[in-house]
Design a protein around this ligand. Sequence first.
Ligand SMILES: Nc1ncnc2c1ncn2[C@@H]1O[C@H](COP(=O)(O)OP(=O)(O)OP(=O)(O)O)[C@@H](O)[C@H]1O
Ligand SMILES: [Mg+2]
Length: 447
Amino acid sequence: MGALHMARNVAHYKDLEKELCLARDTLAIRAEAQARALKKHVRFEQLLVSFALDFGQARQKHDLQKLIQEGMCEIAKAGDFDRCVFWEVKNAQTASVFARYDRPCVELEPQPDLAAKEQAAWLYAAADRIGAVERLADGHMRCVTVLLSADHEETGFALQVDYWPGSKKNTLPVTPARMSLFCRVFSNALWRHADMVAIQRMRDEMIRMEHVSRLGQLAGVLAHELNQPLSAILCNAQAAGHWLAQTPSNVGETRSALMDIVENARHASDVIRQTRSMFTQKMPAVQKVSIASCVKNALSLVNNRAALSGVVVEWTVDTSLPPVLGDRVQLRQVLVNLLNNAIDAVCKRPKKLRHIVVSSVADASAHTLQLRVKDSGVGFPTGKENTIFEPFYTTKPNGMGMGLPICRQIVENFGGNIRAHRDTDGGTVFCVTLPLASGPRKSARKK
Ligand SMILES: Nc1ncnc2c1ncn2[C@@H]1O[C@H](COP(=O)(O)OP(=O)(O)OP(=O)(O)O)[C@@H](O)[C@H]1O
Ligand SMILES: [Mg+2]
């Protein structure tokens, strides 16, 4: 009885032992599989991080191309893949190989570097899903993942890997979801680069447009400012011819006309030089300028025109006034423009009412000097005090509407301001306020 019982127990323990061994083997196999899977995930993540770091450094497209080519080799090595191809998809119609790895000495179906939609249907079919895995006719497996970007006009990228199933040397998890992460790192680097190139192109275009616009402004200012001295030169040359043709020739008047020509030609060349520097230098160069000599110079340039139009110009600018900050040539341009406008305005009045008065007063406490050009002309309509300074605003048939905007730009460049108001007797007063050279230096601004 006792022996039978023991024999049963022994058999039972043997069965139990067998079961235990089986369970241990199963567990060992599962643990091994788990460890392999973990190793694959770790390897995958290591590769992903190293690609992301490398692409963060690359700036040029050829650097990216090189890195992606190296990436194909690394992925193929880690996954024991026979083929690893990164495709560029254009307009969702054609795909071209951007980088590829083909394991040497492995017979694989040949693949062209450029594939139209019909030739690579497998690639485009994958674009509609997260990716696809299929078995090829020769027994290989193919995993393909596609990323299309709506931002980049239906362009995108695809990653294709061909491998022999069940390879022991494979250290990567081969699923479309995992492969799409590689594809995204490569694609993002290329899209980021394309965006940077586009931004740079736009910046270059903006700089070019700014140059063109400055050139246009420069041409406009020169056309306006050279008109006056050129007209004066022509007028004086004709006058000189007239005095010479007399019998006997009037040498005195001829000489005076020639001197006027010289002065206007000098002014024209000064204007060209100053206008160029106004458009090229960041900050205007300032100097101490005597406003009295500036007024005297400007008057000598418009005197002939005023005299021919029967305009009386008075000036009461004190020569002992302290100097202002500015540029002799540019401030003379301001005055010439204001005086020409005043002559135009008074010419619409009867001859005996054609008066212009230029005066100036210093305000020591404000460290400024105010220059006033007052005329007995027709005035400008009420409410247009600011409009008249806008570019291209003109009420004259042959006007450009450039004189006052140029004056304002010059004066403001030197830290001053210019205003206009109607005089009580109907004419116009222009007040130019400029900083005194002796005062605290106000920062001049460049538009
Ligand atoms: N002294 C003035 N009296 C009355 N209106 C004036 C006077 N000065 C300027 N204006 C008005 O301001 C407008 C703009 O003057 P601005 O000097 O900018 O251009 P413009 O004289 O018309 O042409 P241009 O570009 O040839 O000088 C003039 O057309 C005129 O209507
Ligand atoms: Mg004008």
